[in-house]
Design a protein around this ligand. Structure first.
Ligand code: HEM
Length: 103
């Protein structure tokens, strides 16, 4: 993956974690993290253990930054935790639907 693309994706992620418009679609509903990650869940072997590692690094990093108010940290970590269900293994029906889309 090229670095500028990675940076863009990381900034989208931070927008989601810390709230704001980036966390919402045009119509105001939440973005679908499961749909966004379906390709790597189905084809690249993404599992909950990757999610666990990712979120524990995120938590450790957040704890190191003293200038972030603790309330902001709490909200960010709660939001992060709420995404766990989106990373559970893809079910047969989801895999079939993903393959049918031909992506
Ligand atoms: C709280 C957890 C996570 C959030 C909020 C999140 C957020 C996002 C968002 C918003 C995108 C779309 C970015 C864009 O196209 O601009 C994305 C894509 C992606 N994420 Fe995550 N992500 C999370 C966990 C993970 C984990 C655990 C991994 C792998 C270790 C991962 C790997 C990727 C990859 C590879 C893409 C690109 C997918 C593709 O192009 O098919 N993400 N993520």
């Amino acid at each position: 993956m090229d670095m500028s693309n990675l940076k863009l994706k990381q900034s989208h992620l931070m927008g989601l974690v810390f709230g704001g418009r980036e966390g919402l679609k045009e119509d105001g509903s939440n973005i679908d993290l499961r749909a966004l990650h379906m390709r790597i869940l189905v084809e690249k072997g993404l599992t909950l253990s990757h999610w666990d590692k990712f979120t524990s690094h995120f938590k450790a990093t957040l704890e190191e930054i003293d200038s972030i108010p603790s309330e902001t940290k709490t909200v960010a970590l709660e939001w992060m935790q709420s995404t766990r269900q989106d990373f559970k293994p893809a079910e047969a029906a989801e895999i079939a639907a993903f393959k049918a889309k031909g992506m």
